[in-house]
Design a protein around this ligand. Structure first.
Ligand code: BTN
Length: 326
């Protein structure tokens, strides 16, 4: 843990009472002057920290900005997801940054956030609009021991994690549209882009990208997304605490990833089926050049969608562009 993370951690543990400079200095093994310098730096980053001779340092408010050290202190001892967190002010695509880290051999669990992306992308090579400071644009490096087809499990887990995190922090109920969209009242608030490098029978590494529309107002969305996309702020009627939501997403993902690694994907799938608005509905799915049309019946153990076609056959679909029919 960095010094800044340790200071924020200590201040969070005693929100009302405050922590003295002497106590921080003893705890961190650095001088009081060094503590003061770090407090000044945190203030410069927008943390409101009160200092008084009686109560010491007290954390009053945190900025609406992502800060790696701050996020680290919010996580309860991550085993994998969020062991290392990087925040970029701007990048092309967080998926690209994490892909490079994966090729450089970094351990799984590293997370990259960007406040803005100049070339954010969605599935099927679509552009992903990543307004600066308004959403959560993040990618996670994972190295699951799965066959390449099992990657869908990770996408499923990301969706259930997003649903729980939004419920916990924002208090909104969301619905999942298979396989990778999270919606509120039929409009998209989050998308998931899973990219992988694999051998024939095993995943080498996987980059899990998630984009969450948090605090956009209607004018932040381009015309072509009107009616299709929305933000949590627009739906909840209040600004979203982005750092709190970011930490909650990582915590929930840690839980679901461990369920997958421990052979308990069935628990994730059961939760996903509960939250999925696609099941039981008539769908049309574009899979490459092929169209699969029928009723979405269930999820199979790999996370594929089972579609009952008009001929009565059960088709197994691993990915594609889904339209839920009226
Ligand atoms: C989709 O719904 O099509 C998936 C959208 C995924 C967007 C996220 S934002 C962070 C990460 N970096 C990217 O370039 N894309 C993903």
């Amino acid at each position: 843990m960095t010094t800044d993370a340790a200071i924020l951690n200590a201040l969070r543990q005693f929100p009302g009472a405050g922590v003295s400079g002497a106590a921080l200095s003893a705890q961190l093994g650095i001088s009081r002057a060094a503590i003061w310098a770090r407090i000044e730096e945190l203030r410069r980053l927008g943390y409101e920290i009160d200092a008084s001779p009686h109560s010491g340092y007290r954390l009053i408010a945190v900025p609406d900005a992502l800060h790696g050290d701050d996020l680290l202190t919010r996580l309860r001892q991550p085993r994998v997801v969020g062991r290392e967190i990087h925040v970029f002010r701007e990048t092309t695509s967080t998926n690209d940054v994490v892909e490079r880290m994966a090729r450089d051999g970094l351990a799984e669990g590293v997370v990259v956030f960007a406040e803005s992306q100049t070339r954010g992308r969605g599935r099927l090579s679509r552009r992903w609009v990543s307004s600066a400071g308004k959403g959560l644009w993040l990618s996670v490096l994972l190295r699951p021991r799965l066959q390449p087809l099992g990657a869908t499990r990770i996408t499923i887990a990301a969706a259930t994690s997003l649903v729980r995190a939004v419920r916990r922090v924002v208090g909104l109920e969301t619905e999942i549209k298979w396989p990778n969209d999270v919606l509120v009242r039929g409009r998209k608030i989050a998308g998931i882009l899973t990219e992988l490098a694999a051998e024939v029978d095993s995943i080498k590494h996987l980059v899990l990208g998630m984009g969450v529309n948090a605090n956009q107002s209607a004018s932040d969305f381009p015309a072509e997304l009107k009616g299709l996309a929305t933000s949590l702020r627009l739906e909840a009627g209040a600004a979203v605490d982005r750092p709190a939501l970011a930490a909650a997403i990582l915590e929930e993902l840690e839980l679901d990833y461990s369920r997958i690694c421990d052979g308990r994907f069935d628990e994730v799938a059961a939760e996903w089926e509960q939250g999925c608005s696609t099941l039981g509905r008539p769908v049309r799915i574009q899979v490459g050049d092929r169209i699969v049309q029928g009723r979405a019946e269930a999820l199979d153990p790999e996370g594929a969608l089972l579609v009952r076609t008009h001929h009565g056959n059960l088709e197994r679909v691993l990915g594609g562009d889904v339209t839920v029919l009226k």
